[in-house]
Design a protein around this ligand. Structure first.
Ligand code: FPP
Length: 242
């Protein structure tokens, strides 16, 4: 049985606030990312009992290459370490891992590890963990167009189902909720949301929730609160209330 047919929700998260978490404690920024990975590991253990079938995490945006070399290299080392050393625990928990994004631009050793982990976990039937690496939603569309034109696909075959089936994410499995942590607290009636090009097409019908919690402090309790608050089952998808 495929994950999207399973009970529960697809939750996606923009894990913002690692740097501010570290600065607040007088630590280097990279320590914030280390704490961010620890949060992911804790959540993955706790998600077993939560109504979640897919968890999609924005771990490295194409725009993140603009950061200091030291921070960029540190993040890739953390991701490599996670994919290499935490696999057995993920396998034991029956977690299936997919990486989305432009894999051709991912450092060679990490790419090899990704290929091995995706292959090793592909038959797992538990949570689907999708990690967005070297990802940008507009780049995703550009790659989709390029593949489609190269394959000589008949334009008459292209409809919404075709697009949903050929994006980087698992076919027709879009997030019910997108969370952005690390939002600035604001006074007054306005608040705003910036997607950072995370799943722009897939989130068309998602409930988007911002939280002022910094990612390293994010917890399963808060995730449950967000699911209750967002109430994705009440969406009408453009229809009307009966
Ligand atoms: C943004 O925080 C966060 C990132 C650039 C992603 C890094 C995320 C991780 C290393 C955790 C990923 C883990 C796994 C295992 C998938 P920021 O640095 O922009 O925070 P700031 O806004 O406070 O500066």
């Amino acid at each position: 049985m495929k994950n999207h047919a399973k009970e529960g929700y697809h939750i996606a998260a923009i894990m913002d606030g690692n740097g501010r978490w570290a600065s607040a404690q007088g630590l280097p920024r990279l320590q914030g990312h280390t704490a961010g990975v620890a949060t992911v590991k804790t959540l993955l253990r706790e998600l077993r009992d939560a109504p979640v079938h897919t968890f999609t995490l924005f771990a490295f945006a194409i725009a993140n290459w603009k950061r200091d070399k030291e921070e960029v290299e540190g993040i890739w080392q953390l991701l490599q370490h996670f994919l290499e050393h935490d696999t057995q625990e993920l396998m034991d928990a029956q977690i299936r891992i997919r990486v989305i994004g432009d894999k051709s631009g991912i450092p060679g050793q990490v790419r090899k590890t990704i290929e091995a982990v995706e292959k090793r976990s592909q038959e797992n039937e538990g949570l689907l963990l999708q990690i967005a690496l070297n990802y940008d939603g507009v780049d995703e569309v550009a790659r989709l167009l390029k593949r489609t034109l190269h394959a000589g696909v008949d334009p008459n075959r292209i409809d919404t189902e075709y697009v949903r089936a050929h994006l980087d994410t698992e076919a027709c499995n879009e997030p019910d909720i997108v969370i952005r942590t690390g939002m600035k607290e604001r006074k007054g009636k306005f608040s705003y949301w910036r997607s950072s090009a995370f799943l722009p097409l897939q989130s068309a019908q998602s409930v988007c929730v911002g939280s002022t919690t910094l990612w390293p402090d994010f917890s399963i309790k808060e995730l449950q609160e967000i699911i209750d608050f967002a109430d994705p089952d009440s969406r009408l998808f453009g229809g009307q209330r009966m």
